[in-house]
Design a binder for this molecule. Sequence first.
Ligand SMILES: Cc1cc2nc3c(=O)[nH]c(=O)nc-3n(C[C@H](O)[C@H](O)[C@H](O)COP(=O)(O)O)c2cc1C
Length: 182
Amino acid sequence: MKTVLMVQGSLRKESFNRQLMAAIQEALGSEVELKELSYEDLPLMNQDIEWPTPQPVQRVREEVKAADGLWVVSPQYNASYPGHVKNLIDWLSRPVAQGDSTTVAKSKKVTFSGIAGRTAAAEMREKLGSLLSFVGMDVMSAMGEGFVVNGSAWSDNVVVLDDVQKASIKAQAEQFLRFIEA
Ligand SMILES: Cc1cc2nc3c(=O)[nH]c(=O)nc-3n(C[C@H](O)[C@H](O)[C@H](O)COP(=O)(O)O)c2cc1C
């Protein structure tokens, strides 16, 4: 069975993107083993502490290495992705051993989504797609998938996905399953 590692870009408890992630997990169904990456304990990138590899970095890299694919679900912060998402990708982009050019990011299959206001997180998605490609990941589609959140969620934090959005999630999930099988 294939393993998909979900990377949640929002740390907020009632996050719109956490609710989107739940819908994605449901769409992926029982055909894959799903895990969520825990990376809140990653230190901020600092080349002074790269060697020996900090334990949280080691653990995160092992989880990424073991997964057949990554699915990043992220909010848009100031027309981009949150800083902690960049910090994670920066750690994944660095060599696993000194004097070796191997990274866990290289050729890792990845897709991404985001839910936000009326831009459907387009600026975040454009920049995230570029970043993931830059570090050598195998990106399924350059812009991922974006969703406009229902207006009431801004006051009650309850995300309600309509049928078109649900169909789009299902289509992306099916495409990603084929992508990681290939
Ligand atoms: C630092 C910060 C910057 C934001 N910048 C944008 C933005 O550029 N565009 C946008 O549509 N929403 C922006 N938002 C609003 C977020 O989309 C909104 O807070 C959303 O609920 C965050 O996702 P989450 O619910 O998954 O945490 C920003 C929020 C924060 C905290």
